[in-house]
Design a protein around this ligand. Structure first.
Ligand SMILES: Nc1ncnc2c1ncn2[C@@H]1O[C@H](COP(=O)(O)OP(=O)(O)OP(=O)(O)O)[C@@H](O)[C@H]1O
Ligand SMILES: [Mg+2]
Length: 299
């Protein structure tokens, strides 16, 4: 059974078609990275899934049931935009209010457990308005986790987090899905960060799903390259460009050769031309570069 099955989804805002015939499948237990440029329809799709807005057409099924089904809706955790918190109340009081709204049988234990899950147990007494951006994001996740959701839908949850906050968030996500029943959809522009946790990806463009794939499929389709540095990068670049078809300089100052060639062949070739390679390695492009390639290709 899939956590989410969307078929032929459309959403119009007046003349504007925000989502146009979108198909999307999120398997149970997945951390699904939902990617696309600004305005491509990610938040709109997520809002429809969570019942915050109505679709213009198409179907959405959650755990095999229509997404309007009240039992299914009760097992949904959502963080889209900012959490609905009262600024002057403490984190604890905000959480307790939410727990009471959800009519949780043991609100206090649920709040303690969820604050612990997002490593916020030490900050429960802080007023929400005095929380840092990263803390607010974590309170948002904690709110979404109350009620033990089967499906979490998080719109850009990593925004504003520092390196430690990102690491904690990764641990939290992996914890949530570890039993294989719960699933998370994360829309994000932080592709390097997303790649560290996502098991599946969906890339949306102009309201349509461009490609869906597993992390293993992404890995298999990512191009490999040889990256190197030498004492004379200008000469090295000229020599490599003479012999190989695809040579690029990356942001870290390495020259990359994407042709099917081994590091040994490159070292030998450059040595014969009087260039000494100081460092060489093989690597693969990541999600970010795959995504940029895909967008450039305009497929
Ligand atoms: N309430 C609304 N009324 C009119 N147009 C809207 C509304 N909500 C979204 N849109 C439009 O729908 C399109 C998709 O917006 P959406 O917020 O889903 O994009 P997104 O993929 O989440 O983008 P971002 O990465 O910037 O968050 C955009 O063109 C947006 O302007
Ligand atoms: Mg959005």
């Amino acid at each position: 059974m899939n956590a989410i099955e969307i078929r032929d989804l459309t959403k119009n805002f007046g003349e504007k078609q925000a989502v146009c015939g979108l198909d999307m499948t999120v398997p149970m237990g997945a951390i699904y990275g939902f990617i696309g440029e600004n305005g491509s329809g990610k938040s709109t799709t997520e809002k429809i899934v969570c019942g915050l807005i109505h679709a213009s057409g198409g179907s959405v099924r959650l755990y095999g049931r229509p997404h309007t089904d009240s039992d299914v809706r009760a097992r949904l955790g959502v963080l889209i935009e900012a959490p609905g918190c009262y600024p002057s109340l403490t984190v604890w009081d905000n959480m307790m209010l939410q727990a009471e709204n959800l009519a949780l049988p043991d609100a206090e234990s649920a709040v303690v457990a969820t604050l612990k899950a997002v490593r916020m147990e030490g900050a429960a007494g802080n007023k929400y308005k005095n929380c840092s951006l990263g803390m607010k994001q974590r309170v948002g996740i904690a709110m979404a986790l109350l009620g033990d959701p089967l499906l979490l839908v998080l719109d850009e949850p990593q925004n504003g987090l520092d390196a430690d906050g990102m690491r904690i968030m990764r641990e939290v996500f992996l914890d949530i899905v570890k039993d294989g029943k719960r699933s998370i959809v994360i829309s994000s522009h932080l592709l390097g960060e997303l790649q560290k946790v996502a098991t599946h990806y969906g890339i949306i463009r102009h309201g349509k799903m461009l490609v869906e794939m597993t992390a293993a499929e992404l890995d298999a389709s990512c191009r490999t390259f040889v990256a190197l540095q030498s004492g004379d990068m200008r000469k090295t670049k000229a020599l490599l460009c003479e012999k190989y078809a695809r040579v690029e300089e990356d942001e870290a100052g390495y020259l990359r050769v994407y042709d099917a060639v081994t590091p040994e062949q490159i070292v030998k070739y450059l040595y014969e031309k009087g260039v000494c390679v100081t460092e060489i390695k093989t690597d693969k492009i990541g999600l970010e570069e795959y995504y940029i390639d895909l967008m450039k290709g305009g497929k």
